[in-house]
Design a protein around this ligand. Structure first.
Ligand code: PXP
Length: 241
């Protein structure tokens, strides 16, 4: 099963100072050393975290699957055609949202999505659609020509107990349905170290796309070493200064 690591939040920290660190490109290289099978970035219309330069560099250096999340806009389609990531995941995008809030409204945007899928596929890019765990949306995804779907796991991840069990069934049913109609089935959003196993045990899932929990954990497990290294530099300077 593929683990696609989303490095957007490394860029979020960089953009807090509009500087050069931490660099999501370096984070991607380290993630690959750690076993990531893919790297995901979401190039948003407002460029709030990932920048065009990140896509350029990642395209050059990433030896595993590069997944570009984007809205199906003219600007983004033109960028994807030029940069040719291995795959594009089309997502809905709202200016004010903190993160992608729900799956695509395929019914409403059917023609735009269909055109986007065809254009991207003509450039040899695999196209995935980020959708809610709805059988209807899976049928529609197949009808408009997608190669894959990514089932939104947000509702599953944010619930507890029985409610969570219900949402798990919805996700698994959606995965089964996607595979049955001939789509590759991925899943993602809000998966973390406590809720991933119940999803990952499902054998028909092609890949999981995870960002926030991995970057959050990386910050915490890295703090001790980061402080120690700074302290060593200070102590050494005192001794030699
Ligand atoms: N999949 C899609 C389509 C997303 O938009 C996101 C968030 O950028 C993710 C997966 C990863 O979600 P999280 O950061 O909650 O792991």
């Amino acid at each position: 099963m593929i683990l696609g690591v989303n490095v957007d939040h490394v860029a979020t920290v960089r953009q807090a100072r509009l500087g050069v660190e931490p660099d999501p490109v370096i984070a991607a290289s380290l993630a690959i050393l750690g076993g990531a099978d893919g790297i995901t970035i979401h190039l948003r219309e407002d460029r709030r975290h990932i920048q065009d330069r990140d896509l350029d560099l990642l395209k050059e250096i990433v030896p595993v699957e590069l997944n570009l999340e984007m809205a199906a806009t003219r600007e983004m389609i033109s960028i994807a055609k030029k940069k040719r990531p291995d795959m594009v995941t089309l997502v809905p995008e709202k200016r004010k949202e903190l993160t992608t809030e729900g799956g695509l409204d395929i019914k409403r945007n059917r023609h735009t999505l269909q055109r986007a899928i065809k254009t991207l596929q003509d450039s040899n890019i695999f196209v995935s659609l980020f959708i809610n765990p709805s059988k209807n949306d899976i049928d529609l995804s197949k009808t408009i020509g997608a190669d894959m779907v990514e089932i939104h796991t947000g509702q599953y991840a944010n619930r507890k107990g029985r409610q969570q069990d219900k949402e798990l069934i919805r996700v698994i049913d959606a995965i089964n349905k996607a595979v049955a109609v001939g789509l590759e089935a991925n899943a993602g959003h809000a998966l973390n170290y406590t809720n991933v196993s119940q999803i990952a045990e499902h054998k028909d899932i092609r890949g999981l796309y995870i960002g926030h929990s991995i970057i959050s954990r990386a910050v915490l497990v890295g703090i001790e070493r980061a402080v120690r290294e700074m302290k060593e530099l200070m102590d050494k300077a005192r001794k030699t200064g």
